[in-house]
Each structure stands twice: as structure tokens, then as C-alpha cells.
Design a protein around this ligand. Structure first.
Ligand SMILES: [Zn+2]
Length: 408
């Protein structure tokens, strides 16, 4: 079965139901909308209802009706890696890494780009647009190119060179912006109303958001429908976190898993509006932020999705934390050296936050954990390590090898 089981859009605030269509907020209260599905059908058919490989394996719980619109570059089906050495060094019973760097453009964002661009086709748009710190821009541009759509990409002027190169390669319409994401996104969100382009931003579009939900479906299926006790997700605006939490809720409602994991929200300390509000119990107060190495987490004003993250954290008895740049870079080195996984700083903030929460005894190490590593390290800008080069003969080569291997 590959039919979409999407039934309608529902307001997360007032519960009002809206027919499926390109609609970004509730008619009655301007609340955010989420897609709802006929999960009773899945409950009846069980996992056998899922067919094919990668993200579109989960088409029954995605909102794209016509298979011809389901654009793909081979996203999803990313590895869930057991990390026994890292688990031992953190002192936890069990740890798995959901490594999203193996997606086509090296980031979890390919999941939402797939459903976002597919929805643009579904609703007859000729162009997409997004405001990006780097990853979303190259991902939306790549998927738009694949679908034959134009993409107008607004990228942060300090985005890493590999990300800028990737965006410039995949779209003719790359525009650099000065200042911070939060300032431009306010204007851009207003322009969305004119319908000049399809909204591929992270603030409101339920169709685009939806693709990221498949990360929860994959984690559940890869663990034999028995997901870990705790899942740690990165939070900038909250898209990955909310999508994963919704995915686990659906899996539970469809009877595929016995219970939904507890979710932990991981932020960069320099953009920690949600973690701060969670700790103090106060409403979210937008922050004026500066640069963080975790550039994909640099959102000081998470908007209404921030409130949604807080609500899910409180309902699910979850936790939130944040990590400083030096802690994120330390986690990046540890992950590469202990498990061979090279992730960018944005992708590894989750591990840095879990490390801190464990050290502070805010989470129970007897649980099983899954950490979402959201991006590859190969798009990070960094100067190569400086090394002196040597011209070897056989004797000097042998001495060096013996010397290196004798080191502890
Ligand atoms: Zn409403």
C-alpha cells in the first residue's frame, strides 16, 4: 500500500479541522496546523503496510497523494549505529546514533525538503524559497532542481564555504543576506502570504515539516518496533524535535510501539531560548544572538514552534539542555575518535547536551538512548590540521611505524 492516509489539517491550539490544502495556519485562531491520518487503517494492517525503501516507505503517513509528486534523491534509510565505546565512556547502558549525515545533501533537512518540494508540486507551484544558515538552502535547492522547480535561496553571508558552494551549484537564485536569521525571517514570512513561491521555511508549513517525522518511524523500525527509552533531538526552531515527537505518538497510536520515547531538546547555549524557558517555567523570551559554531541552531526567536516544543516537553516529561561552543567541539572530536562518525557542530550538539545532562545527573544512565546526529562534518569550514611532511626511506619509515604503534 502506498496511498497516503492523510485526512485533514488540525489546529494544535483550538483543535479546528481544515481540509487538506495549502494552508499555513488556523482560520479561527491563527494557530499552527498539523496533519492527521487515518491510523486505524495502519493499526489493522500493521508494518506490512509499509513498502519500498527510504523516506517514501512511510508514504501512508505522509501527505503527498500522487506518487508522481514524490521527489527523491535517495533520502532516509540512514544508519542507526550502536555506539558501545561511546556508551561506556558516557556511563550509559546503551547508546545508538541516528546518523543523518548520509542523506543526499548530508543533513536531516533532506527529509523535509523531500516532502516540502513534493507538496510544492502537489499544489502547482513553480518556485520554492527558504531563508537558511546553510544546510536548508542547499537541501531545498537540490530537491527543487530535482523536481524541475526554481528555488530562491536566502543564505547567511557567514555560512560555511562548502555550504555556499553547494547552494550556488544547485540554484541560479542564491541571495546572501546580512544580519541575523531572525530579522530577515520576519519579512520573508510576510511575503509568503503573496504566494509568489512555495513556503519551504521552518516556521509554519505542515507539509514541509512532515518529512522529518520519518526519522521516528525509521528509529522504531530499525529497533524492531522497540525504540530506545530516550531520544535526543536538536532544536533551533523545533522542526526535527516536534516531527520526531509526533512520529513516535503516531507509532504508539497505530499500535506499532508499546510506548513513545522520552524526548530531550538540545540547543546551543548561545541560542537557548527554549531550554531556558523549560528550566525556569517562564514563557519563551526571544534572544538576540551572536555567532555559534552550531550555525544550524542559531535561532534566537523560535516563534510559535518554540511554544509547541515546550508543550511536548512538558506533556512527555522530557528534558532540555544546551551546550557551549567549546563543549560542542569537544563532543565532535570525541564522536569522530571513538566511533568514527564525523559530524558538523550543528549535528553533534545533541551529544554535547546529553554528556552534560549525564554529568549533572539530570538523566538516568540506566536507560537506553538514541542521539540524532543531524549533519555530516564534511560541509564544515575549518583549516586543515597543520603537519610537517617527511621524505622517508625504508629505515625511517619502519622506525616511525614502530614508534607510533608502541604508543599507548
Ligand atoms: Zn485554531
Amino acid at each position: 500500500m502506498t496511498d497516503s492516509l492523510a485526512q485533514h489539517l488540525q489546529c494544535i491550539d483550538c483543535g479546528a479541522v481544515h481540509p487538506l490544502g495549502y494552508r499555513l495556519e488556523c482560520d479561527k485562531c491563527q494557530g499552527l496546523l498539523e496533519l492527521r491520518y487515518d491510523l486505524a487503517v495502519l493499526r489493522g494492517r500493521g508494518p506490512g503496510a509499509l513498502t519500498g525503501h527510504g523516506l517514501w516507505r512511510y508514504a501512508p503517513v505522509l501527505p503527498i497523494v500522487d506518487p508522481a509528486h514524490r521527489v527523491t534523491l535517495g533520502e532516509g534509510a540512514t544508519p542507526l549505529l550502536e555506539a558501545p565505546r561511546l556508551a561506556r565512556s558516557l556511563g550509559v547502558r546503551r547508546l545508538a546514533l541516528k546518523y543523518e549525515g548520509s542523506n543526499p545533501t548530508g543533513t536531516v533537512k533532506d527529509r523535509s525538503s523531500a516532502t516540502g518540494v513534493a507538496a510544492a508540486l502537489q499544489f502547482g507551484f513553480k518556485a520554492t524559497s527558504v531563508v537558511s544558515s546553510g544546510n536548508a538552502g542547499s537541501s531545498i535547492a537540490a530537491y527543487s532542481a530535482r523536481a524541475g522547480l526554481r528555488s530562491l535561496i536566502f543564505a547567511y553571508e557567514r555560512a560555511s564555504a562548502p555550504k555556499l558552494l553547494h547552494m550556488a551549484a544547485t540554484t541560479e537564485d542564491l541571495v546572501l543576506y546580512r544580519g541575523v536569521y531572525d530579522d530577515l525571517i520576519t519579512h520573508w514570512d510576510r511575503l509568503v502570504e503573496s504566494r509568489l513561491f512555495f513556503d519551504c521555511g521552518a516556521s509554519r508549513n505542515a507539509y514541509k515539516h512532515e518529512g522529518k517525522k520519518t526519522i521516528a518511524w525509521e528509529i522504531a523500525e530499525q529497533t524492531g518496533w522497540a525504540p530506545p527509552d530516550v531520544v535526543v533531538a536538536p532544536v533551533a526552531v523545533g522542526e526535527t524535535f516536534i516531527a520526531a515527537a509526533r512520529g513516535f505518538r503516531e507509532l504508539h497510536e497505530a499500535g506499532f510501539i508499546p510506548s513513545a520515547p522520552t524526548m530531550i531538546a538540545a540547543q546551543a547555549t548561545r541560542a537557548n531560548a527554549i531550554a531556558r524557558a523549560f528550566r525556569t517555567g517562564a514563557p519563551i523570551r526571544p534572544l538576540k544572538i551572536g555567532y555559534t559554531v552550531a550555525e544550524g541552531l542559531a535561532a534566537g526567536n523560535p516563534g510559535r514552534k518554540g511554544d509547541w516544543v515546550l508543550r511536548l516537553l512538558r506533556e512527555g516529561r522530557g528534558a532540555a539542555g544546551d551546550a557551549e561552543d567549546d563543549e560542542i567541539l569537544a563532543a565532535q572530536r570525541t564522536l569522530a575518535r571513538t566511533e568514527g562518525v564525523w559530524a558538523g557542530p550543528t549535528g553533534v550538539a545533541t551529544l554535547a547536551v546529553l554528556t552534560k545532562l549525564l554529568a549533572a545527573r539530570e538523566v538516568d544512565p540506566a536507560q537506553s538512548f538514541c542521539v540524532i546526529i543531524s549533519e555530516t562534518g564534511l560541509k564544515t569550514e575549518a583549516s586543515p590540521p597543520s603537519r610537517e611532511a617527511t621524505a622517508f626511506d625504508l629505515d625511517s619509515l619502519r622506525r616511525l611505524v614502530e614508534d607510533r604503534l608502541a604508543r599507548a
